[in-house]
Write a protein that binds this ligand. Structure first.
Ligand code: BG6
Length: 449
């Protein structure tokens, strides 16, 4: 690529809201440069090193402040050779070298540990930033605040009050064009072992002793270590088939194995064996080619003991990660008017309507800033990664060997038809059939006597 081609490539999707932004974009281009080279060629890396050193000198950066960030978004096969060349030729000791590492971090416990050992021989843990972009999402960053800055949520956050927790990821498109990558990984490795499990650990961990990154990560590791490997009985797997003019997974042109048994949908229940959570199922659900684009955490509380208002639905707390960040609590209110029946309704904090000057950065924007600030709180530590793989590895090996049943679901549907029975099995009570949002009719509601 020429320098011009490179600039075009990195700026082509930037939308300019006004003239001021135009100037900013020009400024950005003027400090952006492109150096080409081979992944495993020392000379290429030395050239890069020279280029950076020259830039540091021109900008009069004092030696102690010569920090460098390398962002490694690379195919797994070249990962280690690149890390080695980087260490040998472009590592700086007159400042900090930080390497950002993108997934996949291996395929299972063994391959991830192997990668960890090779990377660990080159860089210290505090130099490594394992990125999981879900940790940069606004609502995910909000979990700790909701839990630990509010007396009422904090007090009911355990097995005594919570019946079940669901973490849901829905995408309305299939693997179109990414079949080659996806088929090797499947939905469990693609979004569950990383993104959804990270969310789960924030929901389930104990209160850290402070907001320091190591304090937070210590608690995340602890709770992950309390989770037993996912059992086959707690698993529902599916693959989408063509429907409504959309191709099925096996029809994806980028897919090599036309008889693939890779799941594009999974619902898994896991159990946290500690004092706070014993007996509370945490259900993770994720799927491609579904009817909706949505990521949310739904915490369903227990039935009211000795309820005067029999049959009134359970309370729920929902944290909607996307689209449209929201925190809302579903609760029972008196039906307005002369009636004394209960009506399920909500306390709703939808960010868009509540906050007037809302500007939520993209997850990557926020995480890259964290790297520049040397803050590891929202990055995955080595022991955390190992604990995460241990939960999934036995199940993944059985999926890889094709030993587990795989059901199908039509493109654009809610997922496998077995899903409702699956979540019911874990106590999820979907009794709010008349609840509507955002407007609700007073009269057309189920009555609870
Ligand atoms: C990526 C997965 O890590 O996350 C993709 O590889 C998935 O398959 C994506 O689509 C989802 O991210 P987001 O931010 O769009 O929810």
């Amino acid at each position: 690529m020429s320098h011009e081609d490179y600039l075009k490539r990195v700026t082509q999707y930037i939308k300019l809201p006004n003239d001021e932004a135009k100037d900013q974009l020009e400024k950005f281009k003027s400090i952006t440069s492109y150096q080409s080279g081979l992944y495993d060629d020392d000379a290429s890396w030395q050239q890069l090193n020279q280029y950076i050193t020259q830039s540091e000198s021109e900008r009069n950066i004092p030696p102690g402040n010569r920090h460098r960030v390398f962002y490694m978004a690379l195919p797994p096969s070249v990962f280690v050779p690149v890390a080695k060349c980087l260490k040998k030729n472009a590592y700086i000791s007159e400042g900090q070298t930080r390497v950002v590492v993108e997934k996949p971090f291996g395929m299972d416990t063994e391959s991830s540990n192997q990668l960890g050992r090779e990377l660990g021989a080159l860089f210290r843990e505090e130099e490594i930033y394992r990125i999981d972009h879900y940790l940069g999402k606004e609502m995910v960053k909000n979990v700790m605040m909701v839990r630990f800055a509010n007396v009422f949520f904090n007090q009911i956050w355990d097995r005594k009050y919570i019946d079940n927790v669901q973490i849901t990821f829905k995408e309305p498109f299939g693997t179109e064009g990414r079949g080659g990558y996806f088929d090797e990984f499947g939905i469990v490795r693609d979004v569950m072992q990383n993104h959804l499990l990270q969310v789960l650990s924030l929901i389930a961990m104990e209160r850290p002793i402070s907001t320091e990154s190591e304090a937070i990560r210590n608690e995340k590791v602890k709770v992950l270590k309390c989770i037993a490997p996912i059992a086959v009985e707690d698993t529902l797997l599916g693959q989408y088939v063509g429907a409504n003019g959309k191709p099925g997974y096996l029809e994806d042109e980028t897919l090599k194995n036309k008889e693939s048994k890779t799941p594009t949908y999974a619902a898994l229940a896991c159990w946290i064996q500690n004092e706070r959570w014993e007996g509370v199922p945490f259900i993770m659900k994720a799927g491609k080619a579904l009817d909706d684009a949505k990521v949310e955490v739904r915490i369903q509380f227990r039935n009211v003991a000795g309820n005067l208002y029999k049959g009134s639905p359970r309370n729920e707390l929902v944290l909607r990660v996307q689209p449209g960040e929201a925190v809302y609590v579903k609760f029972n209110n008196k039906q307005p008017g002369l009636s004394y029946q209960t009506l399920q309704t909500d306390l709703d904090l939808s960010y868009q309507s509540r906050y007037s000057d809302l500007a939520i950065p993209d997850a990557y924007e926020s995480l890259i800033l964290d790297v520049l600030r040397n803050d590891h709180s929202n990055f995955v530590r080595d022991d955390e990664l190992e604990a995460a793989w241990k939960i999934f590895t036995p199940l993944l090996h059985r999926i890889d060997r094709g030993e587990l049943p795989l059901t199908t679901y039509p493109y654009g549907s809610r997922g496998p038809q077995e899903l409702d029975a699956f979540v019911r099995k874990y106590g999820y009570d979907r009794s709010d059939v008349h609840y509507t949002w955002p407007r609700q009719s007073v009269s057309q509601n189920k009555t609870h006597l």
